[in-house]
Design a binder for this molecule. Structure first.
Ligand SMILES: [Mg+2]
Length: 271
């Protein structure tokens, strides 16, 4: 039996951003579908750390996945019994990309850059160094300087900018260039020998755009912002992968199930 993989973002995709009771029934339906499909592997792909991802899944009564991609794609975990273990193969790739260095070794290289302030220790990861930056133009200049400094040190890096939705603060995360949701997905495909067509990814935001247009089957849930949908459509057409994109008619977990059925992931089930 060849495996299938449903890889889905959590916040705003599988986890609804409004907690109306209607989602409880949908989550039950999702559990039932996942359990009735023994060929299906589940992966939650999230910016959250392992503990926060597991708390979120448990809080919403979601099934515990076989795989977790956490910390913005900088860590892959596999379920072993009742716990999760870091995948050493993926870690090795990231270590290689940063020439044996970890995020804490990168931090001293970025000292004394104007407008760059380190975030608290619990937001940092082994391959994820997080900073506050100013929003807008001044922040962009700071990011430019960070990029120059890293390039100068020969460290191929991926700079992820976002906004803290609660405080409006500008955020910058410095990761190895190979650390991203789409790279992690390709790693899972290759290391678990899952046929490419048996995989689908579901997401809802700009953080998922790279996967939407990476050539994997992708589900764009209906609550995704129009700007992200249009950009996904445009880039997918340019790359010749538009046929891989599925724009779900439903939001959140209902859209994920709709897309998973479209890509035939649930064995013999009518969702
Ligand atoms: Mg999301």
């Amino acid at each position: 039996m060849e495996p299938y993989l449903l890889a889905t973002d959590l916040d705003g995709t599988l986890l609804p951003l409004d907690d109306t009771p209607e989602w409880d029934a949908e989550i039950l339906r999702f559990r039932r579908l996942a359990m009735a499909s023994p060929r299906l592997l589940l992966a939650y792909v999230t910016g959250r750390c392992l503990e926060c991802a597991l708390d979120g899944a448990a809080g919403f009564n979601l099934p515990m996945p076989e795989l977790l991609v956490c910390d913005l794609g900088t860590s892959v975990y596999r379920k072993t019994g009742r716990t999760y273990e870091l995948d050493p193969g993926y870690r090795g790739r990231l270590l290689h990309a940063w020439q044996g260095r970890l995020a804490r070794d990168i931090a001293p290289l970025l000292g004394k850059i104007e407008g760059l302030t380190s975030r608290s220790a619990e937001t940092q990861g082994e391959f994820k160094q997080g900073y506050y930056i100013n929003p807008g133009k001044r922040g962009e200049e700071t990011v430019q300087r960070v990029a120059e400094r890293l390039r100068g040190a020969g460290l191929d890096s991926n700079l992820v900018c976002s906004i803290d939705v609660q405080t409006g603060a500008g955020l910058l995360d410095v990761l190895p260039a190979v650390a991203a949701k789409d790279h992690a997905l390709a790693y899972l495909r290759d290391s678990l020998a899952i046929p490419h067509d048996h995989i689908a990814f579901a997401g809802d935001s700009g953080h998922d755009l790279a996967v939407f247009v990476s050539g994997f089957n992708a589900i764009v849930v209906a609550n995704t912002a129009d700007t992200v949908r249009e950009e996904a459509r445009r880039q997918a057409e340019l790359k010749g992968v538009a046929h891989r994109l599925y724009f779900a008619g439903h939001a959140y977990i209902r859209g994920v199930m709709e897309g998973a059925c479209h890509f035939n992931l649930f064995a013999g089930e009518d969702a």
